[in-house]
Write a protein that binds this ligand. Structure first.
Ligand code: HAM
Length: 441
């Protein structure tokens, strides 16, 4: 096959036989977001470039190196979103959503675009699920948000995913910290990469998450922001930890977490694992009390997190967590001969109108091939219609798993009533079984 083109480097296709895994994970996230009071927000995939350069920060790797930015035919500079927080914040401000009452809680699924070097767990197009909460400075909100993320991981039965937290303070405590950082990195000026040299004056904290191995090594012994917190930030962090203890959420304080985006203040956190290689951060977030003002809005203390769906699915796969396959077909009806084929067609339509999935042959297969196909698509029940069945107006409904057969009338009402009866009796509930299975098994 000579395809005219293939997928772009760093992008992935989700094929029909795999998509149930995404749907399963997304359903759990959606449900948990609801449990915690979040409502979905949807924003455009591209925004004016300055939203990200101002919001995410001029000196971040994301803005300096990774954005997909282009000029439109109208001469505007637009950027494919590298993350979901800035767009959601823009929409909340633009539509005065804060007037609806605080806190505003928004959830989202977004595709994101970053021109990074692709490797396992690092893509150029990837997907995030995120929660954002606007209008609370109370540390209980930080703990509640972290609980929501933890709860999603628990429901997915993920193990060995560790919560690491830190506080990176507020603009008040940053002044002293920046001074200390500059003094430290000045000693290594001749060894830092060019990007970090330019960050030394403007935003020395960004040197701490540079990806260059040499800079990483130098950053290991740099002063830690947690030692420079003002009283308010210290107290806030203590309270967050208290609430996490009270919720029974386990964490470790990791003073080296600074996060790669500029908007964070006070609490930052990451869920990390060793299971999926170097890109082990599955979820990251924190408080961003200054972002709404940075975007031209009022002062609205806010916080949020995002988890990467690809990394999460990779982790589940590595841990052998089985995701239940949905029943794709409740009933396969094989029709032999013109009359029976037409009857099968009308019964399949009736099934679908009644909210049940059903299929019949649409490619002209013989009986054996049809039954093989019914097996392949995992049909729960099958039924063969021929001249006899049409004449007698009844057929045999076969449970494909047990082989059990029962008689079913072919008139519309009788057919559906009987099918539902047999179907409900036989129904297994893989999803319920999955959810009620002991956590941490
Ligand atoms: P982030 O740490 O840049 O934070 O990304 C969040 C998650 O997205 C990561 O933990 C990872 O799972 C996934 N991710 C990031 N980059 C890639 C990539 N190149 N390939 C695959 N997955 C990736 C944010 O984006 C913030 N907006 C999170 C946040 C929300 N903070 C507050 N609210």
């Amino acid at each position: 096959m000579a395809l005219i083109t293939k997928k772009i480097k760093g992008t992935e296709d989700v094929l029909p036989k795999e998509s149930y895994k995404w749907q399963f994970v997304e359903d759990i996230m959606r449900k948990e977001a609801q449990n915690y009071g979040f409502k979905e927000i949807r924003t455009p995939v591209f925004e004016h470039t300055e939203l990200f350069s101002r919001g995410v920060g001029q000196t971040t790797d994301v803005v300096q190196k990774e954005m997909y930015t282009f000029d439109t035919k109208g001469g505007e500079s637009v950027t494919l979103r590298p993350e979901g927080t800035a767009g959601a914040a823009r929409a909340v401000l633009e539509h005065s959503v804060l007037n609806d009452g605080l806190p505003v809680k928004a959830s989202y699924f977004v595709s994101c675009y970053r021109y990074e070097k692709p490797q396992a767990g690092r893509l150029r197009e990837f997907h995030q699920f995120g929660l954002e909460e606007y209008g609370t400075s109370d540390p209980i909100a930080d703990a509640e948000l972290i609980c929501a993320a933890q709860s999603i991981f628990d429901r997915l039965q993920i193990k060995e995913l560790h919560l690491e937290i830190n506080s990176i303070g507020c603009p008040k405590c940053r002044g002293e910290y920046h001074k200390a950082l500059r003094a430290y990195f000045e000693q290594y000026k001749d060894q830092l990469c060019d990007t970090c040299l330019s960050r030394l004056e403007k935003n020395p904290m960004r040197i701490l998450d540079c990806k260059s191995p040499q800079d990483k090594k130098i950053a290991e012994n740099a002063p830690k922001v947690i030692d420079y917190l003002c009283n308010e930030c210290k107290e806030h962090f203590e309270k967050v930890k208290e609430y996490l203890d009270c919720a029974g959420v386990k964490y470790i304080v990791n003073p080296t977490i600074v996060r790669g985006l500029d908007y964070y203040t006070k609490t930052v956190f990451e869920f990390v694992t060793d299971f999926i290689g170097a890109q082990g951060t599955v979820c990251g977030g924190g408080r961003y009390d200054g972002l709404m003002e940075e975007l031209g809005g009022q002062h609205v203390p806010s916080l949020g997190f995002a988890m990467g769906l690809e990394r999460l699915l990779m982790l589940m796969d590595k841990q052998g967590i089985e995701i239940p396959k949905p029943d794709t077909c409740n009933l396969y009806i094989a029709g032999l001969g013109d009359k029976a084929k037409a009857k099968a067609f009308s019964l399949v339509k009736l099934m679908r109108e009644s909210g049940l999935s059903a299929e019949t042959d649409v490619v002209g297969r013989g009986l054996r091939a049809q039954m093989k196909y019914a097996d392949k698509i995992n049909a729960k029940f099958s039924m063969v219609l021929g001249d006899n069945e049409i004449e007698e107006n009844k057929a045999k409904l076969k449970n494909m798993e047990t082989g059990e057969q029962s008689e079913i009338p072919l008139d519309s009402e009788g057919f559906i009533v009987k099918f539902i009866q047999v179907f409900v009796d036989a129904q297994s509930e893989p999803m319920a079984a999955f959810l009620t299975k002991d956590k941490g098994e």
